[in-house]
Design a protein around this ligand. Sequence first.
Ligand SMILES: Nc1ncnc2c1ncn2[C@@H]1O[C@H](COP(=O)(O)OP(=O)(O)OP(=O)(O)O)[C@@H](O)[C@H]1O
Length: 272
Amino acid sequence: MNKPPISPSSAIQLSHLNKVYGTQKVLCDLNIHIQSGEFVGIIGPNGSGKTTLLHLISGAVTPSEGEVHIMEQPLSSYSRKALSQQLAVLQQDGIPAISFPVHEVIRMGRYPFLDWLGRDRYAEVEELITLIMDRLELHALAERPVSELSGGQRQRVALGKVMAQQPAVLLLDEPTTYLDIRYQIQFMELVSRWQQEEGLTVIAVMHDLNLASLFCSRLLVLHEQNIVADGSPHDILTEEMVERVFGVQASATPHPDSGVPQILLKRKEEGK
Ligand SMILES: Nc1ncnc2c1ncn2[C@@H]1O[C@H](COP(=O)(O)OP(=O)(O)OP(=O)(O)O)[C@@H](O)[C@H]1O
């Protein structure tokens, strides 16, 4: 089997990746290369394997066949702690409703960098925590237990915790599902600013095609166990793709500011 070459700026390389659950093939011979600094959205219908793909990248799920490389090293060669120094995962319900105060939860992101005496090997950790609290406007909430926060506030704290982790790669699994439109945009803007300023690589499973189009530079479409389309939102978000992959009639129209495609859903006509 020929292995695809690993480029020097490779953040993630998936080679001939297969995943089977019991007798069900979920992902079949996936080959994906993601460069450092890309903002990639994974879209596709329910059950198409998006979360499974993220879990394969994070090591939470083992491939049935094939290989995953993170920052040019085989995933299997990382210890748990070493992997946490490179890669962070944020789920749709970021952190549970625990009673710890916000500032402590942000600090928990530093866990992979503590030595055996609990000392942080990064000298400027206090400045880092303050910067994160500033950027996410969390100072007013610093002493509040996370259990008392709203879903939107909690997701901001979850983002702060992964920012404190300072990963090279951030995996997001439908991170805006429980957020209202203001917090959806705010969350995506924060991730986007972090990605642009620090060269972070972001891979986000997204159900909202319009939000994905606004923020991702590249979209991967998962359907029938494989990537059926890979390209810029402009190339990917077409009426034809939405009908073929999601079975829905839609109209694609350019965004009035940026020109990226936005999808307007059509109702089924009466009697059809
Ligand atoms: N641990 C598991 N054991 C068995 N089957 C699983 C397991 N996890 C996922 N699957 C199956 O794999 C398929 C893909 O699931 P996955 O959650 O990856 O899809 P998805 O695209 O993220 O779906 P959704 O959009 O609904 O969140 C589904 O048919 C699911 O039932």
